[in-house]
Design a protein around this ligand. Structure first.
Ligand code: PMP
Length: 358
């Protein structure tokens, strides 16, 4: 970046580089936990119709409060939730940014437990919030004792819990969420971007909402819904939290086209979510196959798998890329992360791994 821009820039942003996984044009892209399946024709037609129906009215601003979309999201979430308890924005990244803007910011602390979603500390940077990384244990687990001790030590305004956690795939026990809620005076955000891929027996924090007004559950249509390109994320929380978020949202932040597309996709939730079981099967195949090959693999409740341990994960990443398979180096020494894609993509990845082992 030019020196003169560095001088104009906020001091705390100087020298930083922009977040982003490489977007490379290679045959097998398994680096951003997208859903590898294109939208089925039936959904393509429904979304097209919905968008077409909005075009003549694009002279007007969209519904600022996205009320119909929020009602549809509430119906999808279940648990008796209503539109007043849902909020939507351009991806769960924006939803979470709004939470930082409203509840954190200068002079306040946000606490997370790394390795976790790398945007969380960056949202802290963007909103001039003090970030504390409470660290997970060596197996990427998070105990009640450790989580509570971190909350007690740092008194965060915002605590971010990610379940299933990215990049490790680890789901959280309710005991941890409830213990953190009991200890903190602040807001607790459970980032459930990968909720639909949970293994049987792992509940969603949505179940806890009616008992905990300071709990926020963040979700997205980017993963299980195969809708990453549309940019639709949402949160479920107490209506008062949503009123607070509306203080910082930009007016008309969610375009009429996005709202219409998301509603059409939600009307076809059963079809879109039809790929989830196939993706989970490929995830379990990756875990089993890599373990059989002698690799260390973290248990996963998500649509991706963290695996290692490499003496040099950067070199391993490059070797896989040279074979046309793009995975993610999340900056965790010794580890790489791969998204569970189609059966063919998984086969290509596993074959490339055999080359690496050989
Ligand atoms: N949370 C987690 C844990 C994620 O991994 C991601 C996407 N990588 C997001 C939130 C953001 O997704 P989106 O903005 O597409 O909803």
């Amino acid at each position: 970046m030019s020196e003169w821009v560095q001088e104009l820039l906020r001091e705390d942003l100087r020298g930083l580089s922009a977040y982003g996984a490489p977007q490379l044009d290679v045959p097998v892209r398994l680096n951003t936990n997208e859903n590898s399946y294109p939208l089925p024709d039936e959904v393509v037609r429904a979304v097209s119709r919905a968008i077409t129906g909005e075009i003549a009215d694009l002279n007007r601003y969209p519904d600022r409060d996205a009320v119909k979309l929020r009602a549809d999201l509430a119906a999808y979430c279940g648990h008796g939730l209503t539109a007043e308890q849902l909020w939507a924005a351009n991806g769960s990244n924006e939803v979470q940014q709004q939470l930082f803007q409203a509840f954190a910011g200068p002079g306040r602390t946000a606490l997370g437990f790394g390795p976790a979603y790398s945007m969380h500390p960056l949202l802290a940077v963007g909103t001039a919030t003090t970030w504390v990384d409470g660290r997970r244990d060596g197996d990427f687990g998070l105990t009640v004792e450790h989580a509570v001790a971190q909350v007690r030590a740092h008194r965060p305004a915002l605590t971010l819990l990610c379940s299933p956690n990215n990049p490790t795939g680890t789901a959280l026990d309710f005991a941890v969420i409830e213990a953190v809620l009991a200890e903190t005076a602040g807001l607790v955000v459970v980032d459930e971007a990968y909720a639909e891929f949970r293994r049987p027996g792992t509940p969603s924090a949505l179940e806890l909402l009616d008992r905990h007004p300071r709990l926020v559950v963040s979700r997205t249509m980017s993963k299980a819904f195969a809708f990453a390109g549309a940019r639709v994320g949402y949160l479920a929380a107490h209506p008062a939290v949503i009123e607070a978020v509306q203080l910082v949202r930009l007016p008309y932040h969610l375009s009429a086209l996005t709202q219409a597309a998301a509603r059409a996709a939600l009307a076809h939730a059963d079809v879109l979510l039809g790929t989830v079981e196939a993706i989970k099967a490929q995830r379990d195949r990756i875990v089993a196959d890599l373990r059989a090959g002698g690799w260390t693999v973290a248990d996963s409740d998500a649509n991706f798998v963290l695996f290692g341990r490499f003496a040099d994960q950067k070199a391993a990443w490059q070797t896989l890329l040279d074979q046309g398979v793009l995975v993610r180096d999340v900056g965790l020494p010794g580890w790489l992360r791969v998204t569970a894609g189609t059966e063919e993509e998984t086969s290509a990845f596993l074959a490339a791994m055999k080359e690496l082992a050989a």
